[in-house]
Design a protein around this ligand. Structure first.
Ligand code: PLP
Length: 408
């Protein structure tokens, strides 16, 4: 195990700080390390593994398509792309979709669509379009996307940054209204901020944002890369408020935990700003990705993963709230996107995660103070009971430790 960690350290760029486990196998909600130890995965690769690890149905679709045709580029039609995009549009009530690979690429696609819409349709003067974003956002890691991050480390050393963005506080509709000008193209928002610390806005926030955008001829773009595809108990988190955005971004779970598959989906009048040559991606929409993406969507529907996320999420939050620990400051979330805010004067997020791992629970903190509990959506009640027991034991152990000493 230590050799493998050393090997990775020697040859891999130092852009992550992984916990010291070497994973070799996964099945459902569980993963195993090289020492044969079993863990429950409470990260789900930031929601990318919503279906659970190595889902047999998805592996079958991957294998069958891999033996037929994998990548041809969009220079040609394939027998797989249309059916995948049709299903994605039906499930999200959108008209058209543009296939990409990573989440960040889907966000870049949305930004390009919004700018072009502003110039070609809204009539904004050349190079004056502005896109409004929220403090605490996370939309990916490209230069343009980190240009409007409020996290100093994400931007530091990467300038010159891309102009054309305006930042407002999250969960603040008055700020949105006040910040719109004739040059505003779009408002880009996460229905729940994931990396920002599982921040759930007030009920009615998104629907009020939708009204404000509509009244001002501004596009509403919802980044559902983490919140979409059942994670919060609805197909889309924006469905909780019956909001129909002008465009949405999907990724992560769309690849069934197997491949990077992302989409920008939009209403027709927005997507139609793209013409051949405007935008693209060599791997975007390849038949292997399309076959897996379609099976990932069908599996969510057939296994009722959104209902599971709602009932299991409510149950998990209720059980977590029964834990009495001075280390817990707040528990929040929707469906199976759950964050436990801890008192960082008493314990560090990294150390809490290390102790959880000793108890068989793998997860990671966001921003030091929030521990994420977002298991695969296939998790059952017994598994949640077991997890809550381990979380309770871990907190008990942490309470009695001098964490600064224990963490070295
Ligand atoms: C993860 C994430 C992204 C970026 O996706 P990548 O596949 O890592 O590029 C964008 N938006 C949100 C809300 C995310 O959670």
């Amino acid at each position: 195990m230590h050799n493998l960690i050393e090997l990775e350290r020697k040859y891999c760029a130092d852009n992550y700080a992984p916990l010291p486990f070497v994973l070799t196998r996964g099945d459902g909600v569980y993963v195993w390390d090289t020492e044969g130890r079993q863990y429950m995965d409470m990260m789900s690769a930031y929601s990318a593994v919503s279906h659970g690890h190595v889902h047999p149905r998805l592996i079958k679709a991957l294998r069958e398509q891999a033996e037929q045709l994998t990548v041809v580029s969009r220079a040609f039609h394939t027998d797989k792309l249309g059916a995948f995009l049709k299903k994605a549009c039906l499930l999200t009530s959108m008209d058209k979709a543009l296939p990409m690979n990573s989440g960040a690429e889907a966000v870049e696609t949305a930004l390009k669509a919004a700018r072009k819409w502003a110039y070609k349709i809204k009539g904004v003067e050349k190079d004056k379009a502005k896109i409004i974003v929220c403090e605490g956002n996370f939309h990916g890691r490209t230069i343009s996307i980190i240009s409007f991050s409020s996290e100093p480390q994400y931007r530091d050393g990467f300038g010159p940054l891309t102009p054309g963005f305006k930042m407002i506080p999250y969960d603040d509709t008055a700020a949105l209204e006040a910040s719109i000008t004739a040059n505003t193209a779009a408002f880009l928002v996460e229905p729940i901020q994931g990396e920002g610390g599982i921040i759930v806005p007030e009920t009615g926030y998104l629907s009020r944002c939708a009204e404000i955008c509509k009244d001002n001829n501004v596009l509403l773009l919802c980044d559902e890369i983490q919140t979409g595809l059942g994670r919060t108990g609805r197909m889309l988190a924006s469905d909780h408020e019956h909001v129909k955005p002008d465009g949405i971004m999907l990724g992560k779970a769309l690849g069934g935990g197997l491949l990077p598959v992302s989409l920008f989906l939009a209403r027709e009048n927005l997507m139609d700003v793209f013409q051949p040559g405007d935008h693209g991606s060599t791997f975007g929409g390849n038949p292997l990705a399309a076959a897996v993406g379609l099976e990932a969507l069908n599996t969510i529907v057939d296994e009722h993963l959104e209902e599971r996320a709602e009932t299991m999420g409510d149950y998990f939050i209720r059980k977590l709230r029964e834990i009495k620990s001075p280390l817990i400051k707040k528990i929040r979330g929707k469906g199976l996107l759950i964050g436990v805010e801890i008192d960082t004067r008493q314990v560090s997020g990294a150390h809490a995660c290390a102790v959880l791992a000793e108890h068989g629970i793998l997860t990671k903190d966001t921003h030091e103070n929030v521990i994420r509990f977002s298991p695969p959506l296939i998790i059952n009640g017994f598994q949640i009971d077991w997890a809550v027991e381990q979380i309770e034991k871990s907190l008990g152990k942490l309470e009695t430790q001098d964490w600064k000493k224990a963490a070295g």
